[in-house]
Design a protein around this ligand. Structure first.
Ligand code: DX5
Ligand code: ZN
Length: 223
C-alpha cells in the first residue's frame, strides 16, 4: 500500500489546520513532521509543541523525522506529545540499537533514516527491529531541494535485502519527491512517500496530493 506522508514543513503555518485537512482530502495518509535542531542539520524547525498542536486537528498518524543530535533525550517528549512513528538518523546515533528500543518502549513505531552518503549496509544488524527505513533522497535540512537520482539504487537494494532477510519493514523516501520523480522511487520499492513542496507549494494541497498519488499508484501497478 502506498502512503503519502505530507511534510508540513512546506505548508502555510498560519493556516496549519486547513493545510493538513486539504492534504488529507487529497488522499494524504500520514503527517510527516520534520524536526531540525540547527546542529545535526543547518536549519531549525519545530519540536514537541508542534506535535501537540497537530494531535487534536487530525486522526492521521504523526511521523516524526528527528534530524537532531542526541535523539534519545527527546524521544519521551515526542511520544508524550502524540507521535505515532519516530525515526532517527543513523548518523546521529552512537548506540542505534538502544535508541530504537527506546522508541519502542515509548509505544511508537521505530524508524531509521540514512543520508544519501550513508550506505544501506550500515543498517543490516538492526533491520529486524525497525518498522520502517527512511532513505533520504536529498541531504536533510531544507525543503524544496533537488532529488538525487543515485538514491533510487539504494531503495532497490534495501528492498532486495528485505526479501533476502525475510523481513517486512516498510521503505520510506524523503526529499524532492514530485510528479517527475515519484514513479522511479515507487518502482524501486518505496511505499511511504514524503512530499512537502510538491503538496503545499502554490496553495493547492488537495489537488497536488491527489495528483501525486495518482502517478505513484500508476507506477506501483506497473511493477
Ligand atoms: C528535508 C526533510 C524533508 C523535506 C521534504 O530535510 O526531511 O521532509 O521537508 O521537502 P520536499 O518534498 O520539498 O523536498
Ligand atoms: Zn523528512
Amino acid at each position: 500500500m502506498i502512503d503519502l506522508c505530507f511534510s508540513i514543513l512546506a505548508s502555510d503555518f498560519a493556516h496549519l489546520a486547513d493545510e493538513v485537512a486539504a492534504a488529507e482530502r487529497g488522499g494524504g495518509t500520514i503527517v510527516h513532521v520534520d524536526v531540525m535542531d540547527g546542529h545535526f542539520v543547518p536549519n531549525i524547525t519545530f519540536g514537541p509543541p508542534m506535535v501537540k498542536a497537530l494531535r487534536p486537528i487530525t486522526r492521521l498518524p504523526l511521523d516524526c523525522h528527528l534530524m537532531i543530535e542526541d535523539p534519545d533525550a527527546f524521544i519521551p517528549a515526542f511520544a508524550e506529545a502524540g507521535a505515532n512513528l519516530i525515526s532517527v538518523q543513523q548518523e546521529a546515533c552512537r548506540h542505534l540499537h538502544r535508541t530504537l528500543q527506546h522508541i519502542v518502549e515509548h509505544n511508537c513505531l521505530p524508524g531509521v533514516v540514512i543520508n544519501p552518503a550513508t550506505p544501506v549496509d550500515t543498517l543490516i544488524e538492526i533491520l529486524p527491529m525497525v518498522h520502517y527505513v527512511l532513505v533520504m533522497s536529498v541531504n536533510p535540512g531544507f525543503g524544496g531541494q533537488q532529488f538525487l537520482p543515485f538514491t533510487v539504487d539504494k531503495i532497490a537494494y534495501l528492498a532486495e535485502l528485505r526479501e533476502a532477510m525475510g523481513l517486512n519493514f516498510r521503505i520510506e523516501v524523503d526529499g524532492g519527491i514530485a510528479h517527475d520523480t515519484v514513479a522511479s522511487v515507487v518502482k524501486a520499492g518505496a511505499e511511504m512517500l514524503v512530499a512537502g513542496s510538491a503538496v503545499f507549494d502554490g496553495g493547492h494541497a488537495e489537488h497536488n496530493a491527489a495528483e501525486l498519488l495518482r502517478i505513484a499508484r500508476a507506477a506501483a501497478a506497473e511493477v
